[in-house]
Design a protein around this ligand. Structure first.
Ligand code: ZN
Length: 277
């Protein structure tokens, strides 16, 4: 029997201070972190969705040794524009807290912002990621063709991740061919996600990372409650099963890939950072 509770995990995409649905209760960021550290999570990327949350993510990352931040504007908030993001990113370049630009991209499922505005704001993020040589965190939903076309026309930044990847084998192959990584969320545990599991099966392990997208997308059997970074292991375990690898191989492989991608070093041992020598 495999002892999975000593394994290390890196939740490369969570929203530590995001609001949850009315009637639900979410733990405070400090409680989410303590809970996850106890479950073997040794690193976190706290992902921004607008200018205000960009500042908040940076503040958490400056205070916590195992948390890093992004700055960017989610396609849902694209009408808010790109103002302030570039200055904020440039001012943080030497702090060590900022590791990526995003999440940004296109969401044609909800269309909360007009599509031409989403495209223009996405293009600004691509330009900034290239100018600063930072990883780009992409959110794309029902918009694969435009997403690939924009990346190809502007030039693909050196490091790109498709967060919460929900494509099938064809999209995975195209993303990997452009040098991008796929970040796998709790959707991989859903009964309906057969096509995604096919993509995970085909994709090379060194192109995969795992995430929770806390507070969204709780994995099976935790549906109906806010997600938390401690549950990232459930994603990794399902990835291992799908790829016919050991959980230890997926744990070690995804942590190493995540460290390389963001240029960070996660804690070597699970547990609380202060308890280490
Ligand atoms: Zn997200």
């Amino acid at each position: 029997m495999q002892h999975t509770n000593s394994l290390r995990w890196f939740d490369n995409h969570c929203h530590l201070e995001s609001e949850v649905r009315p009637g639900q209760e979410q733990l405070a960021a400090s409680e989410l972190l303590a809970d996850a550290r106890g479950a073997g999570v040794v690193g976190f990327v706290d992902v921004a969705v607008d200018l205000k949350s960009s500042r908040r993510c940076l503040a958490v990352a400056r205070a916590e040794p195992d948390v890093w931040a992004t700055v960017g504007v989610h396609p849902h908030s694209a009408t808010e524009g790109f103002g302030g993001i570039e200055d904020l990113a440039r001012s943080e370049l030497s702090s060590g807290a900022l590791v990526a630009i995003g999440e940004c991209g296109l969401d044609y499922h909800y269309d909360h912002s007009p599509r031409e505005v989403q495209r223009a704001v996405f293009e600004e993020h691509i330009g900034l990621a290239t100018a600063l040589d930072l990883p780009l965190v992409i959110h794309t939903r029902e918009a694969w063709e435009d997403t690939f076309a924009i990346l190809e026309s502007l030039g693909v930044p050196r490091r790109v991740v498709f967060h919460c990847f929900t494509g099938g084998p064809a999209e995975a192959e195209r993303a990997v061919a452009m040098g991008a990584l796929l970040s796998i969320s709790g959707i991989v545990t859903f009964g309906s996600a057969g096509e995604l599991r096919d993509a995970v099966r085909c994709a090379p392990l060194d192109h995969l990372m795992v995430e929770t997208d806390t507070p969204y997308l709780a994995p099976v059997p935790h549906r109906g409650r806010p997600n938390r970074p401690a549950l990232v292991a459930a994603v990794g375990e399902r990835v291992a099963e799908v790829k016919d690898l050991t959980v230890a191989e997926v744990s070690a492989g995804t942590v190493a890939t995540t460290e390389r991608f963001y240029g960070v070093r996660a804690r070597r041992q699970p547990g609380h950072p202060q308890s280490q020598p």
